[in-house]
Design a protein around this ligand. Structure first.
Ligand code: GUN
Ligand code: FE
Length: 416
């Protein structure tokens, strides 16, 4: 089936560039983008057009790090550092996912809020609960959100959500058995982070990731307290990343959230192994962790994407996450001289980079299923002069909220 969308097309086909096609057309066949065109090609003249008029059509957002069971504690405990915040708020909140009905309510709301905010691809942490994790995957699929979901593993220092080591692996196997019939979401092995996992558990998960060919996500070098604890727990490993490496979890496409305190050697190890850094600027400021060296990571050839890190981060909407990452990078420039992220760069990280991680293209690439958001910026303050499309785009990323979003295409289908 042919679908044609008309509107002002804006995308980031490469890092730091923005391409605009005023009054352009996207031609889809069965949800797959076949052409971008400044005019309607003659062979489609008789096809119906979905006309978004003066609206902005952009590639959708991708959130490569967030915690579903923390959605109910958005904006809470933000005056605590990471390790205290985890024990005072996070583990207790996650424990509520033992109740499947509660988990379904939260997951349904989160999945819907992701779509209505324009996020169509995610890499998400669930809780340690198998049933709740399968419920989360069901609700994401129903809403049209695609990507990876992980049942969290933690068998040390994790309060009410601490698992027994053998059971943690057994439940992971049971969860993987339950993942067979999903189409839009698939499993990712998820050791919470080194302080929450015994060596035995890390080894079991590394083996599972290798045997089943599964990707891995975790946290790395986020805060000073955490890094000190990791050094005490693993005197045999000189650096944090070496522990993940030792247990087979440090590999191509492994997602590591934060990397705030990663030194040049850790950054190089990421680039060498093909490990991705997921930058979560709001969370890093909220928990006083620091500002991550995103520019240095990129310059060393590390793949970087953005994450909301709900609920260390307080904003689910990825346009806010993009703005937060620009702002954090400006603070970092003032401290270190490292050049800040421009809007086209940060938008690339919050959109194109995540799509590439999942095998899609940078910007609107032909041959890929469409992931797009349509924004109506008419509600925003009347500008003092006529704006070009790049200016309208920048303003929309800073100012829009979900009420300004008219359509959200995920895997070629409008899910709004
Ligand atoms: N490190 C281990 N668990 C967490 C978490 O839930 N949030 C953040 N920000 N860091 C973590
Ligand atoms: Fe996190």
């Amino acid at each position: 089936m042919t679908t044609i969308l008309h509107g002002n097309i804006i995308h980031a086909p490469s890092f730091g560039t923005l391409e605009t096609i005023p009054d352009g057309y996207l031609i889809l066949e069965d949800g797959v983008l076949r052409a971008l065109s400044p005019v309607l090609p003659a062979q489609y003249a008789s096809c119906p057009v979905t006309d978004y008029g003066d609206g902005l059509i952009l590639p959708s957002f991708a959130d490569l790090h967030l915690h579903a069971p923390q959605y109910p504690m958005l904006g809470m405990g933000m005056d605590l550092p990471l390790m205290e915040w985890l024990s005072a708020y996070t583990f207790r909140t996650e424990a509520r996912f033992a109740d499947p009905e509660y988990a379904r309510r939260i997951c349904r709301q989160l999945a819907r809020d992701l779509i209505t905010s324009g996020t169509t691809r995610v890499a998400m942490f669930s809780s340690c609960h198998t049933a709740a994790t399968l419920i989360l995957m069901e609700e994401l699929e129903k809403a049209g959100v695609t990507g990876y979901v992980g049942k969290v593993n933690m068998d040390r220092s994790s309060g009410p959500v601490q698992e027994d080591t053998v059971r943690s692996v057994a439940e992971t196997l049971r969860w993987l058995d339950g993942c067979q019939d999903f189409h839009l979401v698939s499993p990712i092995i998820t050791p919470r982070f080194v302080p929450s996992c015994t060596n035995e558990l890390l080894a079991g998960l590394g083996t599972l990731a290798r045997e089943r060919g599964l990707p891995v996500q975790s946290h790395l070098s986020e805060s000073a307290g955490e890094v000190e604890l990791v050094a005490q727990l693993h005197p045999d490993c000189a650096r944090y990343w070496e522990i993940y490496n030792k247990y087979g979890l440090w590999k191509e496409r492994t997602l590591m959230a934060h990397c705030v305190l990663s030194d040049p050697r850790e950054q190089e190890a990421m680039a060498e192994a093909g490990v991705w850094a997921v930058h979560c600027a709001a969370s890093n400021v909220n928990l006083c962790s620091g500002t991550a060296g995103v520019r240095a990571l990129l310059n060393r050839g590390v793949h970087v994407a953005l994450g909301s890190d709900i609920a260390g981060g307080d904003q689910l909407a990825m346009n806010r996450v993009i703005v937060d990452s620009i702002r954090a990078s400006k603070l970092r420039q003032m401290e270190t001289g490292e050049p800040f992220l421009t809007m086209p760069e940060a938008y690339y990280l919050g959109s194109s980079a995540g799509h590439i991680y999942f095998g899609g293209g940078a910007g609107f690439q032909t041959g890929c299923k469409l992931h797009a958001v349509v924004v109506n910026d008419a509600r925003l303050p009347e500008p003092a002069r006529e704006l070009n499309l790049a200016e309208r785009f920048e303003r929309a990323v800073y100012l829009m909220d979900r009420t300004d979003i008219r359509a959200v295409y995920s895997e070629g289908v409008n899910r709004l």
